[in-house]
Design a protein around this ligand. Structure first.
Ligand code: LLP
Length: 425
């Protein structure tokens, strides 16, 4: 029998009529660990990383995995072992890096709302750089560093005001967004940073949005950032590194973003042309490293035909896979073992008591209760955004490496969800 794959997920293939993750039939994993179940492919993560590594061959560079995309410890280990640093956005994420024995020096700390407590902990741990997002944050960071008798390495996140042409909720580099320091304020902010005793300027950074499928916003942002580098260095403030953030999209539905190495070939040409080719480069990719390295397996519970719509009710829901409900995001939903039968059109929905609890709309499926479906491209921003709404324990996660399955997270139990709660009397 033939092997088929979906365009973005070559490590998930149907062989002998059964979906496999690398060498393992995922139905076996579902039987062993239950559903809903996230299944990841280690080889897929490493292949995605390799595209960036190829792109940066021969350059001074650091890839800091944006762990918000998937912060499970087993996933972080894969990237740490492959030589990545981490982009974090909270004290909690820092604790995860430390928990896997990751190097604090390879951590950069982004985010508009760092608290004093988070800053102090990050300074104590010795992180590599704070990506500062406002002028008031500079003042607070300098104060916290002063109180700890140290200096904080800083980069200022520039808002380059370019349109990444993506969903408005995940576009971050436009004037109306809360992120970064406005382009026209950046030089003044660098002057202030250079004057503050608790700070040491080490770089500049930008991040314009997520699920970007075109190289032009990156090229525009790079020009805008390099204009600032010219001005900042002309003001006598040297910058060791330039960080271009993350944001490269993945193929969810037939829209193919540029490959990481091809995108970077274009960007490096520009960087060279502008005389910054020998600078240390940093990037913060999240989705493009893990998004297509995962699927979520779910069992069909009920089929509910209706006058206007047919519903396929599955055991995964918006709490496990929030992207469709939050962004009307599309994830392919495919049978693990396709049936040779007539298809019907369904909305695939979960058990949560919300009309927004859908995983896919108008999907043509030949399914029966008890069948397994795979929600594709579910490696990024699914488990990391999962909640316990409706007191639903979060799924288990399995990392497949060739023929081995590592359970990297046990399924939560209701008791886990009530831990820390107290009765009133
Ligand atoms: N760096 C910074 C400062 C970020 O804010 C982000 C993502 C990244 C890097 C990584 O971006 P990526 O390479 O993953 O696109 N929950 C949304 C995506 C939110 C992205 C937030 N920031 C979704 O499910 O589409």
């Amino acid at each position: 029998m033939s092997t088929t794959t979906t365009p973005g997920q070559p490590f998930f293939a149907w062989r002998q009529g059964q979906l496999h993750a690398e060498d393992l039939p995922v139905a076996d994993l579902a039987r062993r660990y239950g559903t809903p179940l996230f299944v990841y492919s280690k080889a897929s993560m490493l292949a995605a990383l390799a595209a960036y590594q190829r792109g940066f061959a021969g350059r001074k560079s650091k890839i800091c995995y944006a762990m918000k995309a998937n912060s499970s410890l087993g996933v972080l280990q894969v990237f740490a072992q492959a030589g990545c640093g981490f982009d974090i956005v909270s004290g909690g994420e820092l604790e995860r890096v430390l928990a896997i024995g990751g190097k604090a020096a390879d951590v950069i700390f982004s985010g508009v709302g760092k608290t004093r407590v988070e800053m102090a902990r990050a300074l104590e741990a010795g992180i590599g750089c704070f990506n500062v997002e406002s002028e008031s944050e500079l003042e607070v960071l300098a104060e916290v560093a002063g109180a700890h008798g140290c200096t904080a390495p800083v980069s200022i996140r520039v808002n380059p005001n370019v349109d990444p042409k993506t969903h408005p909720y995940i576009s971050t580099g436009l004037k109306g967004n809360k992120f970064g320091v406005a382009h026209e304020r950046t030089l003044a902010a660098y002057r202030r940073a250079a004057d503050l005793r608790g700070l040491r300027v080490v770089g500049i950074d930008c991040h314009i949005g997520s699920q970007i499928t075109d190289s032009s916003p990156y090229l525009d942002a790079m020009d805008r950032v390099l204009d600032l580098v010219d001005a900042i260095e002309a003001a006598g403030i040297p910058l060791q590194h330039i960080d271009f953030g993350g944001g490269l999209g993945i193929d969810y539905q037939g829209v193919q973003p540029p490959a990481a190495d091809q995108l970077w070939a274009q960007l490096l040409r520009k960087l060279d042309a502008r005389g910054y080719g020998d600078r240390e480069l940093m990037i913060e990719p999240g989705r493009s490293l893990v998004g297509n390295a995962g699927v979520c397996l779910t069992e069909v519970l009920y089929l509910k035909p209706g006058e206007q719509k047919n519903f396929c009710i599955v055991d995964a829901a918006m709490n496990d896979l929030p992207r469709p409900a939050m962004y009307e995001a599309y994830h392919a939903i495919l049978p693990v073992a396709p049936r040779d039968a007539a298809e019907a059109r369904y909305d695939v929905v979960g058990p949560v008591c919300e009309s927004g609890d859908w995983l896919g709309r108008n999907r043509d499926l030949a399914v029966q209760p008890g069948d397994l479906l795979a929600v594709m491209s579910a490696g990024a921003y699914c488990m990391s955004m999962a909640s316990n709404y409706n007191t639903r324990p979060r799924p288990a996660e399995v990392l497949v490496d060739g023929g081995h399955a590592h359970l990297i997270r046990e399924r939560e139990q209701p008791a886990d969800l009530m831990r820390g709660e107290r009765l009133v009397g």
